[in-house]
Write a new protein. Sequence first.
Length: 212
Amino acid sequence: MPPGGVLESDDDTDTTSGGFRMKRNAVIAATVTGIAVLLVTGLPAQAARLITGAEIKNGTITRADVRRGSLTLDRLSPPTQRLIRERGPAGPRGLKGDRGERGLTGPRGATGPRGATGPAGPRGAPGGLTGYQVVQAATSAAADLRQTLTVNCPAGKVVLGGGGNPSGRDDALVTAGYPVGNGSWAVVAQAPSPAGAAWSVTGYAICANVAQ
């Protein structure tokens, strides 16, 4: 091994770790420069001596002879450090993997707590019917064959319906009843013949205030 050279390994395996490419066929992990191996034999202690890199044959020391963790990166020669730190080119992008199967549906979550009651809404406009009232009117007694009467609701009220009832003759009948506009109810009564007692008709109108 030349002085200042690197220890060679008989392992031709390339190893990549953390983005650094390490070539173990070129690097054991240490430069020989500044490193001395103390050869201890069965001779007395004073006979022990230092062996330099010039006295070590290439290939005779392998990684099996170097204790793990005993050599750090700063003990290596600058060219060896650059070789270790060199980042290799990025490899080609791999193929897209197959889509995985759909997972199982998870269990239903617990029911959450009931929310607080919201504030009361504004009061709505008045609606429906108010001021319900039945208005009554009648005709004067007469022996006429036909009598018609219109019953009017008070001002501002709407007619909802009505009816009528003849009196004075048992054979007189109410033949029609219908609204007149929004505030009146008409009643029509008929007798079979003009001969006989005088009779009259009473009409009714159902009235109320209706919210618009």
